[in-house]
Design a protein around this ligand. Structure first.
Ligand code: DAH
Length: 341
């Protein structure tokens, strides 16, 4: 029995020392000190010993138990300390590491261009309006003097919501002219930016959704000279003092006379280059004197009041403003592109 105890003692001590975790340690404790453990098994044999041997073995067994218990406690404490140290190391916070940069978004180039335009017009006493993108065909076409049969009303040009073509995605911001005439007191000076929709295929200069800025002035005695003066001022503010414009005759159903305004090419200064396709001029907007019929349809006396209006393509303006070659870049939301502004 003496040898048995010595063997248990030696084995258990080395097992405790080898334990690598609290879980390990507990398994070893059960193996030697548990109710069905090896030491307990030896103690159960005590009864077979002689009266003389019993106290001696009893003392020895108690010594072994005490040694094991103290080794267990010692190992357990050291494992705990090691675990704590490891956790502290793992969770250490190095305040000297440089922080991660937070990416902050910035204004989209088209909104930069729009804000510049708004600032200029607000400075000239214009109000900024917003209106619905889902529009009645009556506002988008009829009240703008584009009656049944006008080519822009074709199903292949326009997104309709219903079979009888009454509700649609607006194809231009011009219906805002009608909405302003209906709801505002005269005189009126407004711009109305927003999205418009047409059944166009996507390419470098087209998108089925794009933005326009509508502008309109109605007052007594307003003339084409006011239109030209205002737009020339806007262009000089946008593109710099001395920028030249050119007004060409054109046709729009809701203006008479109608024109398109070109700006002298910023690249070549008018001599002709790839940017202006050799023309020396770049088309910027459509405009004209509001057709008397359009005024009358919205209840404005065209004998007393006159007005002018224009429509700018905002993407095209932003492309020119920032010298961007392809309109698709405006819509793709590629951060490498957007970061440049
Ligand atoms: N709505 C026209 C278009 O989409 C642009 C336009 C032309 C607007 C002349 C106007 C205007 O207000 O007077 O092509």
């Amino acid at each position: 029995m003496k040898e048995q105890l010595a063997k248990i003692r030696a084995e258990a001590l080395s097992a405790f020392e080898g334990a690598q975790s609290a879980l390990d340690l507990d398994a070893i404790r059960v193996k030697y000190l548990g109710k069905k453990g090896e030491l307990t098994a030896v103690l159960k044999q005590m009864g077979k010993l002689s009266a003389a041997e019993r106290p001696v073995m009893g003392q020895l067994a108690n010594d072994v138990r005490a040694a094991l218990e103290s080794a267990l406690e010692d190992r357990s404490k050291r494992l705990e300390t090691a675990a704590l140290e490891q956790r502290l190391r793992a969770e250490a916070l190095d305040v000297t590491i440089p922080g991660k940069r937070v990416e902050i978004g910035r204004q989209h180039p088209m909104n930069i261009a729009l804000d510049e335009l708004k600032t200029i017009f607000i400075g000239m006493g214009f109000q900024v309006l917003e209106g619905p993108e889902v529009e009645l065909a009556v506002y988008n076409f009829d009240r703008l003097n584009a009656e049944e049969g006008h080519p822009s009303r074709d199903w292949s040009d326009t997104f309709y919501f219903d079979q009888d073509s009454r509700v649609m995605l607006r194809s231009q911001t011009s219906p805002m002219q009608v909405r302003a005439m209906e709801s505002m007191e005269l005189p009126i000076r407004i711009i109305a930016p927003g999205r418009v929709y047409r059944k166009d295929e996507v390419d470098a200069t087209h998108s089925p959704m794009f933005h326009q800025v509508e502008g309109m002035v109605i007052d007594k005695g307003v003339t084409m000279a006011d239109l030209k003066g205002t737009l020339n001022t806007v262009v000089e503010r946008l593109y710099g003092q001395g920028t030249k414009t050119r007004f060409r005759p054109h046709h729009f159903p809701f203006t008479e006379p109608s024109c398109e305004m070109d700006v002298q090419c910023h690249k070549c200064g008018g001599t002709g280059c790839p940017t202006c396709k050799g023309e020396g001029w770049i088309e910027l907007l459509g405009a004209g004197m509001i057709h008397p019929k359009v005024l009358e349809m919205s209840g404005i006396d065209s004998e007393v009041y006159t007005g002018w209006a224009f429509g700018i393509g905002l993407e095209r303006m932003a492309l020119r403003r920032f010298k961007i070659a392809d309109m698709r870049l405006i819509f793709e939301n590629d951060i490498r592109f957007l970061e440049q502004f």
